[in-house]
Design a protein around this ligand. Structure first.
Ligand SMILES: Nc1ncnc2c1ncn2[C@@H]1O[C@H](COP(=O)(O)OP(=O)(O)OP(=O)(O)O)[C@@H](O)[C@H]1O
Length: 274
């Protein structure tokens, strides 16, 4: 599917597109040291990365290398010790859901709210009028393929459905950037593959900039325009791999030599001893 980097308005001129376009993310000289009971823990070291507007970037790296820390900093949920992070050309210093949406591993929905109410929640916080809230939440529910499930409570939804609601909630404020921290890790493999495919469909319809963390190298190659590989702690970017597979991606591509070579290159970087 053709990826359009520029579009405007929920009812914009490009048929089939939903919401506003992506924005660039620039991380420059970011280092982070945690101070804990065990003293100083250097978690990130001199991270430089740039994600172009509308691009899909995946970050992989060994457990504990600082991926979540970096994502939290991009979301304004944690402040780095050194360096700057810009989104759409402006520093990210605090959470700004209008610029950056976040989806975590656990769907973390409110159990006492229905699917549609969960999606509306960020808008309710900003006192968006009820009718507009409902309209925007319904449009997101449709986008993630859950129309007909608006009135269900989280316990009435499968793991994959809950993550769809979570993605809809991350997108409802129409942020140009969506950050995703292992969003499908808790799902069974089949659902995970389907969700990856669905995410690409949603991405192609919204043109958001996506930064996605995963431990699955197959998922990384399948989804990404570019894969950034991090070293063991303190995390540094040790490789950048342009995934030149055509879009739309298909399951059949996973069996190709090209896919296998990309996956192998990432694996060789990750398995390197410290
Ligand atoms: N609040 C904290 N205080 C002290 N150390 C922390 C804190 N949060 C994270 N760390 C440490 O910083 C390092 C990076 O953690 P982080 O969760 O960012 O890594 P990660 O790559 O996302 O890990 P995983 O892949 O296992 O989810 C780890 O060694 C972790 O123990």
């Amino acid at each position: 599917m053709q990826h359009v980097a520029n579009m405007s308005g929920v009812t914009g001129a490009v048929p089939g597109r939903v919401g506003g376009a992506g924005a660039s993310v620039e991380v420059a000289g970011v280092s982070h040291v945690y101070s804990g009971r065990d003293g100083q823990v250097p978690a990130l070291e001199d991270i430089d990365l740039s994600v172009g507007a509308g691009r899909f970037t995946v970050i992989v790296g060994p457990s504990g290398c600082g991926k979540t820390s970096l994502l939290m900093m991009m979301a304004g949920l944690r402040r780095q010790t050194e360096g700057t992070i810009l989104c759409a050309g402006r520093p990210i210093l605090d959470p700004d859901p209008e610029r950056v949406g976040v989806v975590f591993q656990e769907a973390s929905l409110f159990p006492w709210q229905t699917a549609i109410e969960n999606i509306e929640f960020p808008l309710a916080l900003r006192h968006v009028p009820a009718a507009e809230r409902r309209r925007r939440a319904e449009s997101m529910l449709k986008l993630v393929g859950l129309d007909g499930f608006a009135g269900r409570y989280p316990h009435e939804l499968s793991g994959g459905m809950k993550q769809r609601v979570s993605i809809a909630r991350g997108l409802v404020q129409d942020p140009p950037v969506l950050l995703m921290d292992e969003p499908f890790a808790a799902l069974d493999e089949q659902t995970r593959m389907t969700m990856g495919h669905e995410l690409l469909r949603i991405w192609s319809q919204t043109s958001k900039t996506v930064v996605f963390i995963t431990h699955s190298l197959t998922e990384a190659v399948y989804l990404a325009d570019e894969v950034l590989v991090m070293s063991a702690r303190p995390g540094r970017i040790i490789d950048r791999i342009e995934v030149d597979l055509p879009r739309p991606r298909t399951y059949e591509m996973m069996a190709t030599d090209r896919f296998g070579r990309l996956r192998e290159r990432i694996w060789q970087q990750i398995r390197k001893p410290d």
